[in-house]
Design a protein around this ligand. Sequence first.
Ligand code: DQA
Length: 147
Amino acid sequence: MIIHIVHGVNLDRLGVRQNEFYGSHTLEERIPILTGWLNKNWPNVELRSFQSNLEGEVVNYLNDNDEPENAFLINPGAFTHSSLAIADSVAGLKAFVLEVHLSHTYAREAYRCRSLLASYTCGTISGLGWDGYRLGIEALIGLQDRN
Ligand code: DQA
């Protein structure tokens, strides 16, 4: 099984931008930590990471890597609230998709309370920082095991 961690717009700026919401760690720091934890606990599961600030590149990545035995953990950033294109892509995927946000989007501005893709995912984790990614990965492995 491959778990694709997909990050959208501005998430290449983690560690620099709005630390009060997103913490001080960069993607480059956190992905290897998640990979190490995953390898220790599920050596047969592979983690792949993708980030883009371009909506169409996120759509291409999802569509090109869609296999029913794999899964996506996606944090689309602001695309969550704006991208019908990513929502349409997610709606058509065969793989399990779980949405994750570092910050507690439901406790922030009203426009962050709406996710265009949420109804096409198997769930959302919001506000738990990087712990949400570990929980999300665990949930996706569980869903795939029961499938
Ligand atoms: C975010 C929440 C979004 O509302 C915001 O636009 C982001 C990051 C999060 O991880 O908390 O860029 O997805």
